[in-house]
Design a protein around this ligand. Structure first.
Ligand code: FE2
Length: 368
């Protein structure tokens, strides 16, 4: 029997997301100027790291690492050649990296990096990594009072954001994986066994379908609802599901979107628009029925309509959300901006509006 105390993943949080990209220097400037991140730290040949370079970007509780290869054929270069720019590592902050790793491996996870102590003059970090869907991995990070700016190997190297408007992005809310046909339940079980997560909610193709395309989704979460992993798989529709389009272009399972929390979505969306971020459009008719669907809310419908922000409600409250266009040329990874006002919802009531919008883009790309 596993009691909450004996679960090494009971008291966890997001550590960072590591992106593998074709040009980390330029990607760092894109995420800084468009989304308001500051550059905090760097590692590369100048810091004694051979063959690759990484930039740490930070904003409130968000940490993104952008890593590129300086070689034609190492793991990073091969990952980028196959998948394009994407998220490699969803790293989790844990109290005991060895216990988290060993428990996950005992539950069937594949070890990528056994528990390893990384040291410099600021102290020690213990890092261990396991594989999840596709080529995506989870590192367990144990900081143990480490006093450095990020991880051993990185040096502090600060560059201001360069964004024209302050984005106010706060923290990761959830991180969504797309997996192949019939694979969703297996990956749900993986997070139940290897992480001790439980299922928060699930949707089937009756909930999430348009005339053309369908998907199934379930959300796995830690007990504090801090770290949430929705998992999508395609479902049969008249035409190609947007999940299939992702799988075709990413060449397999991977991270579809990262939802980033803000305390004021209206100000955040205005700022991101001023910084040049492009969002999915929403059919105008969505706003005609908004009040009757979600009831009384604090925000004016006209403002939400102007900014194309979506609203969904559950028994606990409501939430506001909007989705960006893909962040690279392949129609793969995108961001969601979310503000929760009590609700634990993942926007079930908005999937249809989002899908109609994505399908219009899919048709423009010739992939519907
Ligand atoms: Fe989401």
């Amino acid at each position: 029997m596993t009691s909450p105390k004996s679960n090494p993943l009971a008291n966890i949080d997001w550590a960072y997301l590591e992106f593998y990209v074709g040009n980390a220097k330029q990607a760092a400037r894109f995420y800084s100027t468009a989304f308001g991140f500051e550059q905090i730290a760097y590692c590369g040949p100048e810091t004694g790291v051979r063959g690759r370079a990484s930039y740490l970007l930070e904003q409130n509780r968000l940490r993104f690492v952008l890593t590129t290869s300086l070689q034609p054929d190492d793991d990073v270069a091969k990952h980028v050649a196959l998948h394009g720019d994407g998220i490699k590592d969803i790293a989790i902050l844990v109290e005991d990296a060895r216990a988290a790793h060993d428990a996950a491996v005992a539950a069937g996870a594949r070890s990528v990096l056994p528990p390893t102590s990384l040291r410099d003059e600021f102290g020690t970090i213990v890092k261990a990594t396991i594989a999840t869907y596709g080529d995506t991995v989870h590192s367990f990070i144990q900081r143990d009072g480490y006093g450095g700016v990020f991880l051993p190997g990185f040096i502090e190297q600060r560059k201001a954001s360069g964004a024209v408007a302050k984005a106010g992005l706060q923290a990761i809310d959830h991180c969504v994986g797309n997996v192949g046909w019939g694979e969703m339940d297996g990956w749900g079980e993986f997070y139940a066994k290897a992480f001790g997560f439980s299922q928060l909610v699930s949707f089937d193709d009756k909930d999430i379908s348009t005339e053309y395309s369908a998907l199934k989704s379930k959300v796995m979460s830690d007990e504090r609802h801090r770290v949430k992993f929705p998992i999508n798989e395609p479902a049969q529709g008249k035409k190609k599901s947007q999940i299939e389009e992702y799988l075709d272009f990413y060449r397999g399972p991977g991270v579809q979107h990262v939802a980033i929390a803000t305390d004021d979505i209206i100000e955040t969306v205005k700022a991101l628009q001023a910084n040049g971020v492009e969002f999915q459009d929403t059919p105008d008719t969505y706003y005609d029925a908004l009040e009757s669907r979600v009831g009384q809310i604090d925000e004016a419908t006209k403002t939400l309509r102007d900014l194309r922000i979506l609203v969904d409600r559950d028994d606990l409250g409501y939430m506001l959300q909007i989705f960006t266009k893909p962040l690279q040329d392949r129609p793969t990874l995108f961001f969601e901006i979310i503000q929760r006002k009590g609700s634990l919802s993942f926007g079930k009531g908005n999937f249809k509006a989002l899908f109609v919008s994505i399908e219009m883009d899919q048709a423009r790309r010739g992939n519907l």
